[in-house]
Design a protein. Sequence first.
Length: 198
Amino acid sequence: MNFAIEHTHDTSPYLLITGRKHTLKHRLIIVESGLALVRLGKQEYAVEAGHAFWLPFDCLVSTTYLPNSSITDVTISARVSGRFSKQAGFVTLSPMLKATIAQLRGNNSEEYSQTLKQVIKHECMTLKPSPTLSPLSETLSQWSPTTSGLEKEIHLGLLVREARKMKLSGKSDELIANALFGGQVAQFHALYQALIES
């Protein structure tokens, strides 16, 4: 069971973006604070604070974590036997699963950790993911750089993510600033340097 079930908890001051790739493990993303964006196909799911999202093994996904988001990530190796859901989507965590993850975070005993991980495995097998878009997810699907019904922090995060995509495809800073920041190159540079880890 060593490394078969792993658990991390991180908070980053930066905008964190992963490229689209297949998951190598089952994955449970729990947002403690901030916002995670999970893209599956053409749909992007907004996972808000207090919510969780299940990703099964071999799921094609990309994720974006807005700055200062606090995320707990539980991964379960595909080799772990059990009937885990093959459907991605929002999940409701049982009080038992929440308490077990909290216990695991503060525990140093290897033997106790293994017991806790068995509980996590069992609880994750009972998850019933729902692919239904939340209201914020629906708003995100309508987002464009020029119109936004989103909070300023989310809008800026999406602008910088779009700028990064353009930058990686070889677009000049001037072209990016014109397309996304009203021609303000200095504003683009300041936001990009503040939000993207160099």
